[in-house]
Design a protein around this ligand. Structure first.
Ligand code: PEP
Length: 249
């Protein structure tokens, strides 16, 4: 049976690029051609949200890579979902492993951010994933289920959520999970949604894989029944990103 969920490919530029580099990305995205059956969103640094939104083709979504859990106030250095929307953007990536592990964001804060972003009307890509030592001590399920469970009380609208499963050991390392390893976790996450949310959400929520996805490995990963797309870091800065967007033929 073919996968009923719309294939979704997100790019995460992280803290890379400048206006000239963004112009280059926009150029290869315009050239494509991009599979119209794939939903595409690019995550750009906050100072370039408006520039990217104004110049990127309309059908490509633009995401912030983080935001705070309040609309405004004395939170120096933060941006709010309202500001992201005011820049014309409709998406935010939250709980990326770099936010969790470099900046020490805990599950509870990430959950509150997801809740506020949804309430404010954004679409959200919450990221979860285990570290190498957790995988090696057979704790992958325990870790990703706990991360997902922490989000639950704050998810008011699952239709605006795309879950990114990103094993930390695979992010930016060139070490990709095998299609079987990724499929195994995605299937367990979907089962968890079935048991803890409901069957409709389990069947419709996109669960995308992230971790050193490249044009060379994307086609095999895209064939797996519970992998509904990708979150792509390094490779989203290069023209090859188009091949990843088109991974599912
Ligand atoms: C990411 O930033 O979410 C990511 C998966 O990075 P990379 O593709 O470079 O591993």
């Amino acid at each position: 049976m073919s996968n009923p969920r719309k294939f979704f490919v997100g790019g995460n530029w992280k803290m890379n690029g400048d206006k000239a580099a963004i112009d280059g990305i926009i150029e290869f995205m315009k050239k494509g051609p991009l599979n119209p059956n794939t939903e595409v969103v690019v995550g750009c640094p906050q100072c370039y949200l408006m520039y990217t939104r104004q110049n990127m083709p309309e059908e490509i979504g633009v995401a912030a890579q983080n935001c705070y859990k309040a609309a405004k106030g004395a939170f120096t250095g933060e941006i709010s979902p309202a500001m992201i929307k005011d820049c014309g953007c409709h998406w935010v990536i939250l709980g990326h492993s770099e936010r969790r592990n470099v900046f020490g964001e805990p599950d509870q804060l990430i959950s509150e951010k997801v809740g506020h972003a949804l309430e404010a009307g954004l679409k959200v890509i919450p990221c979860i994933g285990e570290k190498l030592e957790e995988r090696e001590s057979n704790r992958t399920e325990e870790v990703v289920f706990a991360q997902l469970k922490a989000l639950l009380p704050n998810i008011s609208d699952w239709s605006r959520v795309v879950i990114a499963y990103e094993p930390v050991w695979a992010i930016g390392t060139g070490k990709t999970a095998t299609p079987e390893q990724a499929q195994d976790v995605h299937a367990k996450l979907r089962h968890w949604l079935r048991e803890n949310v409901n069957a409709e959400v389990a069947d419709s929520c996109r669960i995308i894989y992230g971790g050193s996805v490249t044009p060379a490995n994307c086609a095999e990963l895209a064939k797996m029944g519970d992998i509904d797309g990708f979150l792509v870091g390094g490779a989203s800065l290069k023209p090859d990103f188009v091949n990843i967007i088109n991974a599912r033929g």
